[in-house]
Design a protein around this ligand. Structure first.
Ligand code: XUL
Length: 527
């Protein structure tokens, strides 16, 4: 029997998925999530992050908390029915863009972890910076301007790295850190992404990055899949020696470190480079070939798909990343995903059943009422000042406000993903909010496409487990096609298919240009 383990270290929690693959069976045998706020209150996070600064633009998280979660999850795995000695390979997925700053001496600490003491007690001196800026941070507009200038403008930077400069992307974050705290930057020996930091803990040594997550930094030459000397130069002094190398997504870093073997009973499992959560979801949804769109409804909402060649978003709001399955993927990210849905739900004292009932009891189009979903600063379209804008919803009851937020999110997704797939026939849905079929119905109607949901909502950690399987087989000389890797786990095994309702499709066909104009007006008035 062969089993493979995938983790997902996301904004709000850590998930682990174990898959079993035998000649006759392919199934998920373990799936468990730990929520950071509830499980690790000592770190004081809200929704997994620490917000500070004027306008709430500075958003960080303590990397020690992510390490503590990995340690606790390993304990849960060890206490489960699973035989950890059977796990052949481990990979993971991390929230994208977040950076972890390690001090000189980190390599020795990683190498010498003592299996008799909990991980967090041994990593006090690991960090040159106790917090990590994460993807929700929008405090680096000035740094983005400098980078854009130095690298020849938005279009040139997008051609080189796959994206124009973005506040949350790692280059702008590193640039800010190096100039605001030069002493701490000087003490920084290695800068990791969340993904490569977590892989380093498992491998007991500095892990490489891989092209899927490294392309979320504005630092990688997307075509060559290596660091761009110009981008590094424009970002911070002596950056090249502080970054890990970029290896293939399917390379093997080494065996899991003795700490994990002795403390929890792992066998000699291979550690595979971790990727970003969206690239991992691409694999977990089985989106290997172009044509189908994936939508992940998590803390952020993202729309993505595999693409054959790196196309660029003419609207400038999208990204091209390397796909961990080879080739490329296109993605548009909305900061106001689940946080915005939860704000509306909580403000009106509803639970998720009440939220769904509100959607069922209100008509498509909401009687012409609109709301932009910008409860926190938005990434797509870029809006710095948080605060939803309302139109035609004066005195509206809670159920219309619920419909307004869900319709706005779905229409924004449609408008800003036209560059990826103008008319997708099928959308694969994942993420926590994909549990809600009434939300998925709105998406089906707005896109005029069938929405399909697989058996798990944790596509990022499933994708990581599938990547572990692929890489381990490859290392053993068995080059399996991706279709065979994902078979039995992804879309064709759909648990739910939602067809668009033709009457609602007609309503949204009229509404979409109206929402587009409303969104443009709301942005202009906030600029
Ligand atoms: C993608 C992005 C978010 C994070 C969330 O560009 O910023 O989706 O990856 O985990």
């Amino acid at each position: 029997m062969a089993t493979y383990l995938g983790f997902d270290s996301s904004t709000q929690g850590l998930t682990a998925t174990v898959i079993e693959i035998t000649e006759h069976q392919r199934r998920i045998v373990f799936e468990r999530a730990l929520a950071f706020d509830a499980e690790f209150p000592e770190y004081g996070t809200t929704h997994g992050v620490l917000v500070s600064g004027e306008g709430g633009h500075t958003v960080t998280a303590p990397p020690a908390m992510w390490a503590a979660a990995l340690d606790r999850m390993a304990g849960i795995l060890a206490a489960s029915e699973l035989d950890l000695a059977q796990i052949r390979a481990v990979a993971g997925s991390g929230q994208q863009h977040g950076s972890v700053y390690l001090a000189a001496g980190a390599a020795a600490i990683l190498r010498g972890l003592d299996p008799d003491r909990p991980l967090v007690q041994q990593i006090d001196t690991l960090f040159a910076r106790p917090v990590s800026p994460v993807w929700m941070d929008s405090s680096t507009t000035a740094e983005c301007e400098r980078l854009t200038e130095a690298l020849g403008g938005d279009a040139a930077l997008a051609r080189l790295t796959g994206s124009r400069a973005y506040e949350r992307f790692t280059a702008a974050q590193i640039r800010k850190f190096a100039s605001v705290d030069p002493h701490a930057y000087a003490r920084t020996d290695r800068i990791h992404l969340v993904s490569s930091f977590m892989a380093s803990l498992l491998a007991g040594r500095h892990a490489p990055m891989e092209p899927g997550d490294a392309s979320g930094m504005n630092l990688m030459d997307l075509a060559a899949r290596r660091w761009s000397p110009e981008a590094l130069e424009a970002t911070a002094p002596e950056l090249a020696r502080r970054l890990p190398p970029i290896h293939d997504s399917w390379s093997v870093i080494g065996e899991i470190a003795p700490y994990w073997r002795r403390r929890y009973g792992f066998g000699p499992a291979a550690i595979i480079p971790w990727s970003g959560d969206n690239p991992s979801s691409l694999v977990g949804l089985g989106l290997i070939a172009p044509g189908t769109l994936g939508i992940s409804l998590g803390t952020s909402d993202t729309v993505f798909g595999a693409i054959a060649e790196p196309a660029h978003d003419p609207g400038g709001a999208g990204h091209v990343f390397g796909s961990p399955a080879g080739g490329y993927m296109a993605l548009t990210c909305f900061a106001n995903g689940s946080l915005a849905r939860e704000r509306v739900r909580d403000r009106h004292g509803l639970d998720w059943d009440g939220f769904s009932a509100a959607l069922r009891h209100t008509p498509a189009g909401n009687g012409g009422g609109f709301m932009t979903p910008w409860f926190v600063p938005e990434i797509t379209p870029p809006v710095a000042d948080a605060g939803p804008r309302l139109h035609g919803l004066e005195g509206a009851d809670p159920s219309r406000l619920v419909r307004a937020i869900v319709e706005a999110q779905a229409m924004a997704m449609r408008l800003h993903s036209r560059w990826i797939a103008p008319r997708p026939a099928t959308i694969l849905a994942t993420g926590g909010a994909a549990a809600n079929r009434d939300v998925l119905q709105v998406i089906a109607d707005v896109f005029d496409a069938e929405v399909v949901r697989g058996a798990t909502r944790n596509s990022a950690s499933l994708g990581a487990a599938l990547r572990a399987y692929h890489a381990e087989r490859r290392a053993e000389g068995q080059l399996l096609p991706w279709a065979e890797i994902v078979a039995g786990f992804t879309a064709p095994e759909a648990e739910l298919r939602i067809r668009p309702n033709p009457a609602n499709v007609a309503v949204y066909a009229t509404l979409l240009p109206e929402y587009e104009a409303f969104e443009a007006g709301a942005r202009a008035s906030s600029a």
